[in-house]
Write a protein that binds this ligand. Structure first.
Ligand SMILES: *Cc1c(COP(=O)(O)O)cnc(C)c1O
Length: 641
């Protein structure tokens, strides 16, 4: 970055696009416009309307909502659902597959009502269904899924109440499948179904030997906690035979993990499942559906590799490989091609949400100028650092850096033992920083940048304080070092000049983003622009629609952010469709069981007592109480007038 940027040519929006990798991870939805703004193209195909993201931010602020905001672009959700169905349809047609494709959205990936509702709405034309893994999810799904041709897949452990809910859904004509996870569920389902008077649609969840790579892989084979082994499957088939209910067994399901980066693992999984599928057909089960679970990955870092935050396949390859593998395996035994179901969650919703926040402040360490004369000390630490500074040249970068690190450690030791004082130590730190700056500049002249430059840039990086909470809005950044593209949403016609890391406002040392996607592997800093006076600087974290919302917590009592869903019209205008105000301070305190009335009473008492003791005047009490009142009603994040 520092090195390759040619200072002679003016920085263009195209340079920004290359630099931040929008063409790699943006999937056609996000690009850099001519004015240096991020532009949203909700069709993802290059045609159709476009909207400037900073314009959307302006629209949000004009409506009186503050940053941070989670922005959902509804058309993108529609485009993702459409692409998935159309690509499967093409593969099915081209490969002469005799079944069809049905998608279901696993509610756990984003349970927000607005999201599930939007999926049911946009997905209806494709009979896109829902997957529920718990009672609350099932109740939500039944209430939202109006389309009786769409599938409703019930995974997870089921008690009597769960089963009854599903059976009544079946009775009302919904395509509700019970996927059996443990053998004991079967008898309960059969018993309740007989009582309620409905024929249950059954599926089996199998444990595969096939495993997936990546951070989100289920432990496959015998180690998996989910699903049935072959002996349990045989037992269930025999039970169904006894009850003369093999016609109820229609579906085979497996899930080897989310975000499967390697297409080879996807193929191995389908192949293994197909063998079991055809054996179940041979046993006399009705079958008809093969449910591959989730796993379709999102290329968060845009590297198109089998790294954990990427994928080494396109949607085309995913669909064609699946359809072709199923046909190839089943054709050998002449087994009828099943309806293919996938439970893609991440790939459906990741693209459509962007977390937007303003930068509140930047802390950078600008060293004092080097003094003309170094103070006299009993050792030559400062002289050595000064000499190193003078020696820095493009040829000796690594050596200078090693020396500097050595002297810096020495400074720490000398200070600890009282051999240098605080001013001398501060001067050593300043010299250390001057050396790093000089090295970083020297490296700009090199064709091949040495690896240590990454460390040096990290050491030189500024901290940009963003108005958001990692724990609330990007839990996977904190928990599993997930990568998300983070970039400025404007000023992309200016060359970014500051290596930075991004801290949130939780005051927690873990509350930061310090890993950024890059074409050459993750980087620990990102280049950002200098802040301008009286002008907000906005950053966007992209591809955050999956898994981030409900896993988030109230660390430091920062609550839900404002949420805005927009719909982009064909003429390039946009409207606010759905809007949710984030938590107020009052909301948050009551979540952790504070009684807001009691808080107010106690503040009153404190103020009254302070009057009594002469700390404040009577009129101060009114100001103080009003301030607390407003504070309780306000947003938990930083509000700027
Ligand atoms: C989590 C989960 C999914 C969703 O996986 P994605 O990789 O997000 O598509 C699907 N099915 C089951 C059973 C799951 O547990």
């Amino acid at each position: 970055m520092t090195s390759t940027a040619k200072k002679t040519k003016k920085w263009s929006p195209q340079d920004a696009s290359d630099f931040y990798g929008l063409e790699r991870w943006g999937a056609g939805y996000f690009s850099v416009g001519e004015k240096g703004d991020i532009v949203i193209s909700p069709s993802g195909t290059g045609d159709g309307p476009q909207v400037s993201l900073p314009e959307v931010v302006k629209g949000i602020l004009d409506r009186g909502l503050n940053m941070p905001v989670l922005l959902r672009i509804e058309n993108i959700l529609g485009s993702q659902i459409k692409q998935l169905h159309e690509t499967f349809a093409e593969a099915i047609k081209e490969l002469n597959y005799n079944g069809s494709y049905k998608g279901v959205f696993p509610i756990k990936v984003n349970q927000q009502e607005q999201v599930v509702e939007a999926i049911a709405q946009f997905g209806s034309q494709f009979d896109h269904g829902l997957e529920a893994g718990s009672k609350p999810e099932l109740i939500a799904a039944i209430s939202i899924l109006e389309n009786r041709n769409a599938c409703l897949i019930c995974n997870g452990y089921k008690d009597e109440e769960f089963i009854d809910l599903g059976l009544y859904a079946t009775k009302m004509g919904l395509q509700c499948f019970f996927v059996i996870e443990i053998p004991s569920e079967l008898d309960l389902i059969l018993e309740r179904a007989a009582l309620i008077g409905v024929r249950p649609k059954l599926g089996l969840r199998i444990k595969l030997v096939a495993k997936a790579e990546g951070k989100w892989a289920e432990s496959g084979g015998d180690g998996s906690v989910f699903g049935l082994n072959l002996s349990q499957i045989i037992h269930i088939v025999d039970r169904l035979k006894e009850e003369d209910k093999l016609d109820c067994l229609e579906l085979l399901h497996y899930h080897i993990g989310s975000q499967i980066p390697n297409i080879r693992d996807i193929r191995a999984g389908v192949m293994e499942a197909c063998r079991i599928y055809e054996e179940l057909v041979k046993e006399g089960a009705a079958m008809g559906y093969l449910d591959l679970g989730g796993g379709l990955a999102v290329d968060y870092d845009g590297s198109r590799t089998n790294e954990p935050c990427s994928r080494n396949y396109s949607l085309d390859e995913y669909c064609y490989d699946i359809v072709e593998t199923i046909a190839t395996v089943l054709d050998k035994t002449g087994t009828t091609h099943p309806t293919i179901i996938t439970e893609s969650g991440r790939a459906i919703v990741a693209y459509y949400s962007v977390l937007l926040f303003n930068v509140l402040d930047v802390s950078s360490y600008v060293p004092q100028p080097i003094p003309k004369e170094l103070p006299d000390t009993s050792n030559n630490l400062l002289e050595n650092l000064f000499m190193t500074y003078n020696m820095v040249s493009p040829k000796d970068i690594q050596e200078c850096y090693n020396d500097t690190l050595f002297y810096r450690d020495q400074a720490k030791q000398l200070f600890k033992h009282g051999q240098i004082n605080i001013r001398e130590r501060a001067l050593a730190e300043d010299l250390f920083r001057h050396i790093l700056i000089k090295i970083s500049k020297a490296a700009e002249k090199l064709k091949h940048v040495p690896r240590v430059i990454q460390d040096i840039n990290e050491a030189l990086s500024d901290v940009y304080y963003g108005n958001f909470s990692v724990f609330q809005s990007l839990p996977d950044v904190w928990a599993i070092d997930q990568l998300f593209p983070v970039i400025p949403i404007h000023r992309l016609d200016e060359e970014p000049s500051r290596p930075a890391i991004i801290a949130d406002i939780t005051c927690d040392s873990d509350g930061k983003i310090a890993l950024f996607p890059d074409a050459n592997g993750p980087k620990s800093t990102i280049m950002l622009h200098d802040l301008k006076e009286n002008e907000e600087y906005y950053l966007g974290v992209f591809l955050v629609g999956a898994y981030q919302e409900t896993l988030g917590d109230l660390h430091n009592l920062f609550g839900d952010t404002n949420v805005v869903s927009i719909h982009i019209n064909d003429n390039g205008t946009f409207e606010f469709d759905r809007e949710l105000e984030g938590d107020s301070v009052e909301d948050i305190l009551s979540y952790v069981e504070y009684d807001v009335k009691a808080i107010k009473q106690r503040i009153k008492r404190l103020a009254e007592d302070s009057i009594h003791k002469g700390f404040i005047k009577v009129k101060d009490r009114k100001v103080i109480l009003r301030m607390f009142d407003e504070g309780l009603r306000g947003y938990t994040y930083f509000e700027r007038e």
